[in-house]
Design a protein around this ligand. Structure first.
Ligand code: AMP
Ligand code: ZN
Length: 113
């Protein structure tokens, strides 16, 4: 499968990995949009949120808990942070392996572009 994030999971492409367990991998975004910009991805290949199964609920919950824990470790929990999942090209998805952006370290504006 020609998936960039599966290649990062399999160590075929380098990344600055900050956390890994049996369900998720976290690494620095190569083109950060904030002082802190991490990507939380499942080890399981799921192309878009549209392909999520009910049985993936635990996995999505674990991704959210990982983001929460990381935000605390990065000292952005109190000031505020954002988790974002883009679904399909119209929403800005460019890598078709679901991922949660964790953004923080600056004031984040609303609405997003
Ligand atoms: P999205 O546009 O929501 O699909 O997000 C994909 C993200 O992956 C973008 O923020 C990119 O900067 C990031 N990205 C693309 N290639 C790499 C890479 N090799 N290592 C780390 N992040 C990447
Ligand atoms: Zn993949």
């Amino acid at each position: 499968m020609n998936c960039l994030f599966c290649k990062i999971i399999n160590n075929e492409i380098p990344a600055k990995i900050v956390y890994r367990d049996d369900k998720v991998l976290v690494f620095d975004d190569i083109n950060p949009q904030a002082p802190q910009h991490k990507l939380i991805i499942p080890l399981k290949h799921i192309a878009t949120i549209n392909e999520l199964l009910v049985e993936d609920n635990v996995l999505i919950g674990h991704m959210t808990q990982t983001a929460k824990k990381l935000a605390q470790e990065l000292n952005i929990a109190n000031e505020g942070y954002r988790i974002v999942m883009n679904c399909n090209a119209g929403a800005g998805q460019t890598v078709f392996h679901i991922h949660m952006h964790l953004l923080g370290g600056r004031t984040l504006h609303w609405p997003p572009g």
